[in-house]
Write a protein that binds this ligand. Structure first.
Ligand code: AMP
Length: 475
């Protein structure tokens, strides 16, 4: 079983959809860089999927081969070990009554159990993904009932974890979001074209003004009769992932009606208010670790009047850093990616923002680079509270042991990253900055309390996929 960080797109239209799906996936590239794929339907199912970035894998020839006015697409991130073409999506299953294609963002916590039951029943698998488990479960119901919505609703009762799905059957596009709404999913339309996407940035790119979130527990079907919505499972609580707001989603996306950019800026302001109260806090400027921490630093600057300056310049052409064999090479890779502005940094007292500290390696390296460039003081401010437990619901993180905040106190972390001061955001302030209630958010990686019950046995089966030797801090 694999844990995934992914993005999904689905389009139903009266004209060919492959190029719009391509641009949609391209705008969701930050959600997954390992593999990508598109499936369309024009009487036949056509699929093109493979390893690499969206613009690297797809060319005009591939897009032209993807005929059809209805289709789905997927971008996927996984670590190198799991980087197999068989795990690329959309996943297509042909059964006695037709074909179904599915693309999934999220992570089931009971996938192993479901898979074993299916295997005991004679089901063979071609991939190691939980997506294939979902696909077979739906198909099994569908061949019994002939009703796709009932089949999905029945399967939803058995799925535990996070799933935002786009499904393509013959002539029908379907969106499904798990009852807690853990991972984002949005739907928009113009004229008779409907678009489903992980993040609203896709609507901006495709010039669609009207969109809304798919509700937690909602199934939406779109076919020649138009759009229908079903809500077979309604829960009192929701569990929108806080990390989507802090790091994972693009700042220009609006999730659950809330602007990601505004949340990040507000977090910066909260840090600013707290520093304003400190009489002895004298600094020259505030800087982000680019690009993901920019809105935090801007919010801080607006609140405090401390000037915003860039102290690190990002090389935009360095993609994901590859695995480098030794420490020296890894240090070089960091400098290649982020170079300090010597003229700005030497002799200065800097407030430095990052969205999160996970293992503590990134901030430690960057503070060292700034100090080597002559920075007098570096005061680290973090957009997220301490991450103490690995995410079991779809964000790629290292094992609990490697999470610096699971082992060390804040003072010990400050010392180990070499900061002159360090402040994380408080959980209550994070909740306030997002503007939702605490029981509408998943804070599992901060509190170790997950919104789905995960049995001891399931915890053992949940692997960690965080690639410990590479990172990419840009969103
Ligand atoms: P570290 O503390 O060295 O593990 O790295 C934290 C940095 O990686 C932060 O700057 C984040 O922007 C970025 N980051 C946080 N979570 C993830 C993730 N799940 N995958 C990739 N990068 C991440």
């Amino acid at each position: 079983m694999l844990k995934e960080e992914c993005g999904v797109v689905g389009i139903y239209s009266n004209k060919d959809v492959s190029s719009s799906i391509f641009y949609g996936l391209f705008s969701l590239q930050h959600r997954g860089q390992e593999s990508c794929g598109i499936t369309t339907f024009d009487g036949y199912f056509h699929t093109e999927k493979g390893m690499g970035l969206v613009p690297e894998f797809f060319d005009l020839k591939k897009l032209e081969a993807l005929n059809g006015k209805i289709g789905i697409g997927h971008v996927r991130y996984s670590t190198t070990g799991d980087s197999k073409i068989e795990n690329a999506q959309p996943f297509v299953v042909t059964h006695s009554k037709g074909t179904l294609a599915i693309a999934h963002n999220g992570n089931l916590v009971n996938s192993d159990d479901l898979r074993k039951k299916l295997e005991a029943d004679g089901q063979a698998f071609v991939s190691t993904t939980d997506t294939e488990v979902i696909a077979h479960l739906i198909v099994r119901e569908f061949v019994k009932t002939d009703n796709i919505t009932d089949s999905i609703a029945e399967v939803m009762k058995r799925l535990k974890g996070s799933y935002s799905l786009v499904i393509l059957t013959e002539n029908e596009l379907i969106a499904v979001r798990d009852p807690l709404g853990i991972r984002p999913l949005t739907i928009g339309n113009f004229d008779s074209t409907y678009i489903i996407a992980s993040e609203s940035v896709v609507f901006d790119v495709l010039n669609v003004n009207s969109y809304r979130d798919v509700k937690p527990g909602e199934i939406i079907t779109i076919n020649e009769d138009g759009l229908k919505s079903f809500r077979p499972i309604k829960r009192n609580r929701k569990a929108y992932c806080m990390f989507e707001y802090v790091y994972f989603s693009r700042p220009d996306s609006v999730l659950n009606g809330i602007s990601v950019y505004n949340v990040r800026e507000e977090i910066g302001r909260i840090h600013g208010k707290l520093d304003d109260m400190k009489a002895d806090m004298e600094v020259d400027f505030v800087s982000p670790i680019p690009d993901s921490a920019i809105p935090f630093a801007l919010g801080y600057s607006k609140q405090t009047g401390v000037p915003y300056k860039e102290s690190l310049i990002r090389n935009r052409y360095v993609g994901r850093t590859f695995i480098l064999p030794d420490q020296e090479a890894r240090e070089l890779a960091v400098r290649l990616k982020l170079n300090p502005m010597l003229s700005e940094v030497a002799g200065r007292r800097i407030v430095l923002f990052d969205d999160s500290i996970v293992r503590g390696t990134t901030s430690g390296r960057i503070i060292r680079i700034l100090k080597e460039a002559g920075a007098k003081e570096v005061h680290m401010r973090v957009g997220c509270p301490p991450i103490k437990s690995l995410c079991k619901l779809g964000i790629d993180m290292p094992t609990d042991k490697e999470l610096i905040a699971s082992e060390k106190s804040i003072e010990e972390i400050r010392e180990s990253i070499g900061a002159d001061s360090l402040r994380y955001l408080q959980i209550e302030d994070l909740v306030k900055a997002i503007g939702l209630k605490k029981d509408e958010l998943c804070l599992g990686c901060l509190t170790s309390k997950y919104p789905v019950k995960i049995s001891k046995h399931e915890q053992v089966l949940l692997p960690s996929f965080y690639d410990t030797s590479t990172y990419d801090s840009s969103t």
